[in-house]
Structures are given as structure tokens and as C-alpha cells.
Design a binder for this molecule. Structure first.
Ligand SMILES: *[C@@H]1O[C@H](CO)[C@@H](O)[C@H](O)[C@H]1NC(C)=O
Ligand SMILES: *[C@@H]1O[C@H](CO)[C@@H](O)[C@H](O)[C@H]1NC(C)=O
Length: 379
């Protein structure tokens, strides 16, 4: 864009030099450019002001798994935790808050881009201020899925447990804001739902507990669970709900190690499972969106698969050196308890890695992923 403007300007000034009455047309040109710049200023200020008014929600509420958990699992008795170094090494104060990364996670990044706040606190185990309650929290719990069994297998919060906490939260919000304002906050805020990866990667492909399903019927079941969750969330007053699809599970470092052979290739069966799940989830979201069943709902399906696969396949385009293993330890095995300061140190420069451990992105990975998503879907 800038390059094109520069060359246009250059071309018009060479034209001018060859023309008679150059000074008059120069003045005229300066006038035109000044007007154009001024108009562009006015237009862009105007556009962003209206966009903000239309879309800036008072709060962000987050449900889902470790991609968006900001520390809820710290308060649970589970092995799916990471409140120790090197997790959080690039977070303010090098604080291992229970975020599954070296720094901020997508919940924080979205709240920040919305202009709400820089960090979304975990609902559990946090001393929540009035400001925290008024601007939103995360109920997400690392290791959960839409399938309740996924969370139960690792003793973390199911999506229904997270919804129960949301009900509890709403009572607290009413005490702080009054019933009327609390109702407004609940109905005009943004809800972010990110889960489903662990249903496929852990429960279906790794454990024997859902072997009575074939892949197709398991995916149908997961989408029914997702649909139930969206309905219940709407029943609690949510209207604007963004639901993320599954990433390319077969290219996540842990799955390359588990099933990608000696070369640790992407596992095409697992990626295909994500594609099928995403198509069914998107279809269901479109069906529910603004329907008579969910009046007033504005649902968005967020495709994580395409931008993340592009980052994995074209590291150089994003300034990454490594996208097939994590930054922590050897990068082919370490996650949560096995990524720790005693046996597995972080790599020297996490910003060169897309993945922080064998499941989760680095802060820079999440930043670039969220930038693409916001670019495509808006805020
Ligand atoms: C570290 O994070 C936890 C959880 O978010 C918080 O309670 C604590 O105050 C933080 N500590 C510092 C030193 O920032
Ligand atoms: C849901 O409906 C809104 C209009 O109310 C539309 O902007 C949006 O794209 C729809 N979402 C999906 C996933 O189709």
C-alpha cells in the first residue's frame, strides 16, 4: 500500500517536470495530496470510532481448555497444570500464573485488542476485584473438552462445571453492579469458547474409553455436546458468542511424536478428523445463529485450522525457525509436568518457535494467530 503510494507520487512528479507551467501544477498537486491526506485522516478516525461503539463489549468471558485457561487449574487437584517455571518466563514478573505458555494466552490477547484490559484473570483461586468482575474472567480449564469424559479423565472442569461457575459469577456481579447493569453486561459482552482439541487428541485417539464410537459418530457426539453448551450459555444470557474450531491436531508436536513415525510427520488422519469436526461444528453454529431457538444470538465460528496450518507449513513467512517441536526441553515430549526447570529448560529464543511445549503455542505464536483471526473476523 505504502509502496504503491510512493511510486505514484514519484511518477506524477516526473510527469510534472516535463510539462510547462510546472509551478502551478506543483501547487495544485500539493493541494491535492494535502486534501487526500486530510480526508484519509478524517475517514479513518470516523470509521474506528463507529467500529468501537458498535463492537466494544463491556467484558470478555472465556470458556474452554488450556488454550484459554489463565490459571483455573491451579485451584484443582489435577496433573494438568503449569504454575511453575519455565511456564510464564516472559509474563510480567516471570510469573507462572497457570497459563499454558511462556507469556500471554489468547484470552488476554483478545481482551487487550478489544481495549478491555491486558490480562483476563482466572475465576477460580483469584481474589477478584470489582474491576475484574465488571470486565470479565476466564472459566476455562486445561484438559477439558466438549465431551464431559475428556475433563473427567484428568480431573478438571467440564464445560458444565464452567457454566455452573458462570452462574455463581453472575450472582457476584449483581452484588457489585446491581441487577439491571449486571443483566446488561451479561447480554452485551463477548463470549469466547475454545475447546475440542482434547476430545480428539486425548480421549478419542489416545485412550480406549470412546472405542464404542467410530470417528464419525464420535464427532457427531462432540458437536451435539458443543451445541448443548451454546444453548445453555444462551440460556444464561449470553448473546455474542465466538466458538473456535479445532486446530490441525495432527501437526501438533505431541501428536507428531505419538503417531507421526520416525520423521515425526503430521498425522493426516488426525488433521482429517479436525477438518470433519470443524465442518460439522460450523454447520451447527450457522443453524443456531439468530434462530428462533436462540433469539438474539450472534454466533461466530472461528477457523483456527487454516491460519495455524499456514504458520506450521511456512515458518519463514512468520519469522519462525522451528514449528515442528516445542521450545521446552527436547520439544518432542515435554508438556505440563514434564516441562519444568529441573529436567527441561526453555529454548534460548522462544520467539523463534511457534510451539512453547508439545501442545501449546508461544506467546508470539498466539499473538500472530490472533492477529490473523482478528484480521479475518474483526473484533
Ligand atoms: C502471580 O500470578 C498470580 C496468579 O495470577 C497472582 O495471584 C500473583 O499475585 C502474581 N504474583 C506476582 C508477583 O505478580
Ligand atoms: C450470524 O449472524 C450474523 C448476523 O446476525 C452474521 O453477521 C454472522 O456472520 C452469522 N454467523 C455465522 C457463523 O454464520
Amino acid at each position: 500500500m505504502e509502496e504503491r503510494h510512493a511510486s505514484d507520487r514519484q511518477r506524477s512528479s516526473t510527469d510534472m517536470a516535463s510539462r510547462p507551467a510546472a509551478s502551478r501544477s506543483l501547487l495544485f498537486n500539493v493541494f491535492l495530496i494535502a486534501t487526500a491526506v486530510l480526508m484519509r485522516r478524517l475517514c479513518s478516525v470516523d470509521a474506528s470510532a463507529t467500529a468501537n461503539q458498535q463492537t466494544r463489549p463491556p467484558a470478555l468471558f472465556v470458556f474452554g481448555d488450556s488454550i484459554v485457561d489463565t490459571g483455573n487449574n491451579n485451584a484443582l487437584t489435577t496433573l494438568i497444570r503449569c504454575n511453575f517455571p519455565p511456564y510464564g518466563q516472559d509474563f510480567p514478573g516471570h510469573n507462572a500464573t497457570g497459563r499454558f505458555s511462556n507469556g500471554r494466552v489468547p484470552s488476554d490477547i483478545l481482551a487487550s485488542r478489544l481495549g478491555i484490559k491486558e490480562y483476563v484473570p482466572a475465576y477460580l483461586g483469584t481474589e477478584l476485584s470489582d474491576f475484574d468482575l465488571l470486565t470479565g474472567v476466564s472459566f476455562a480449564s486445561g484438559g477439558c473438552g466438549f465431551d464431559p469424559l475428556t475433563a473427567e479423565l484428568v480431573s478438571v472442569l467440564t464445560m458444565d462445571n464452567q457454566l455452573d461457575l458462570f452462574k455463581e459469577y453472575k450472582a457476584k456481579l449483581e452484588r457489585v453492579a446491581g441487577a439491571r447493569r449486571a443483566g446488561e453486561i451479561v447480554s452485551t459482552s463477548l463470549y469466547m469458547v475454545v475447546t475440542g482439541t482434547d476430545d480428539l487428541a486425548n480421549t478419542y485417539f489416545t485412550t480406549p474409553f470412546r472405542r464404542d464410537y467410530d470417528l464419525e459418530s464420535y464427532i457427531d457426539f462432540v458437536v451435539r455436546c458443543a451445541s448443548d453448551f451454546i444453548r445453555k450459555l444462551h440460556g444464561e444470557g449470553a448473546r455474542r458468542i465466538n466458538i473456535a474450531g479445532a486446530p490441525p491436531i495432527g501437526c501438533v508436536p505431541s501428536q507428531r511424536t505419538n503417531a507421526g513415525g520416525l520423521e515425526r510427520d503430521c498425522v493426516s488422519l488426525y488433521n482429517q478428523a479436525s477438518v470433519v469436526l470443524n465442518a460439522a461444528l460450523e454447520k451447527e453454529i450457522k443453524r443456531l445463529n439468530g434462530s428462533a431457538e436462540l433469539p438474539g444470538s450472534v454466533l461466530k465460528y472461528i477457523d483456527l485450522y487454516t491460519p495455524l496450518l499456514d504458520m506450521i507449513q511456512r515458518p519463514g513467512a512468520y519469522g519462525f525457525d522451528v514449528t515442528n517441536r516445542g521450545c521446552c526441553g527436547t520439544g518432542v515430549f515435554e508438556v505440563t509436568l514434564t516441562c519444568n526447570r529441573y529436567t527441561a529448560h526453555a529454548c534460548r529464543d522462544p520467539s523463534k518457535f511457534l510451539f512453547w511445549d508439545t501442545y501449546h503455542l508461544t506467546e508470539r505464536g498466539y499473538d500472530l494467530l490472533m492477529a490473523q483471526i482478528i484480521n479475518r473476523y474483526g473484533l
